[in-house]
Design a protein around this ligand. Sequence first.
Ligand code: TMP
Length: 217
Amino acid sequence: MAGKGIFISFEGSEGCGKSTQILRLAQRMHALGREVVQLREPGGTRIGETIRHLLKHDEQAGAMTPEAELLLFAASRAQLVREVIRPALERGAIVLCDRFLDSTTVYQGVARRLEADQVAAINRFAVEGTLPDLTLLLDLDAAKGRRRAAARSREKDRMEQEGAEFYEAVREGYLMLAAAHPERIAIIDASGNIETVEAQIAAALKLRLEERTDGLF
Ligand code: TMP
């Protein structure tokens, strides 16, 4: 935990509904008069958005090695932590981040099969102690998530072109990570409609953060 603010990250595979839920929570917190800083990874800074483009859409991105991919995600995060997240937490803001270091642990470590200890060391170096107070894992059957994501009209980016096996590994990786860090990661069943998922998120926030936030949630 850093500063006076509250840092909440959202994790989950493609099509789990993170963006919708982040937007709703941000609106709710904003209406209560709190400063809300809404971020996404990779991205959220000028440098990070350039890295995001490279990772997802660059013409040459098909040639990217898993090692380079890992370091680019970490570089974007290192910038975001120092340029945006820490100052926001110091001001007392609520920081809502669409993905954070757990994405690297799962996508690069588990699904891409890079060495877990090395991925953990790079993650530690990038965030240097700045960890979410709470991580909401929106858990969804991998095939269902793929169908939801495919229904979006835009073209698939480089990561979304991975096959079913990759996304099965992502889901399993997230569940294993949540089991290893129950004090930080709350599992939300993302298979229901928007309101049902929102209600579960509200309940998790109340349960996990009420003491620290004076009844805000
Ligand atoms: P998104 O903004 O649509 O979630 O796209 C980000 C993509 O990048 C998504 O496929 C997950 C992937 N990703 C990683 O593989 N590792 C990471 O550390 C992060 C933040 C994202």
